[in-house]
Write a protein that binds this ligand. Sequence first.
Ligand SMILES: [Zn+2]
Length: 66
Amino acid sequence: MAGTTSQKPQRRMRPCPICSKLSTPDDYPFCSDRCAKIDMNRWFTGSYSIPVVETDDIDDSNIPDE
Ligand SMILES: [Zn+2]
């Protein structure tokens, strides 16, 4: 039986939220410093704000009542 002593404890790796590559411990939770900066930039530019859902006035009276 081959020993498995060389096995490193694996952290749960998440995919990079920017490009979906595996994140690296150095830049966790991103895959790279670049993606980390992109994420920061998104925060600053407000891209993470909740998108406004435009609900055109849905009028029930237009729906035929069967
Ligand atoms: Zn990435």
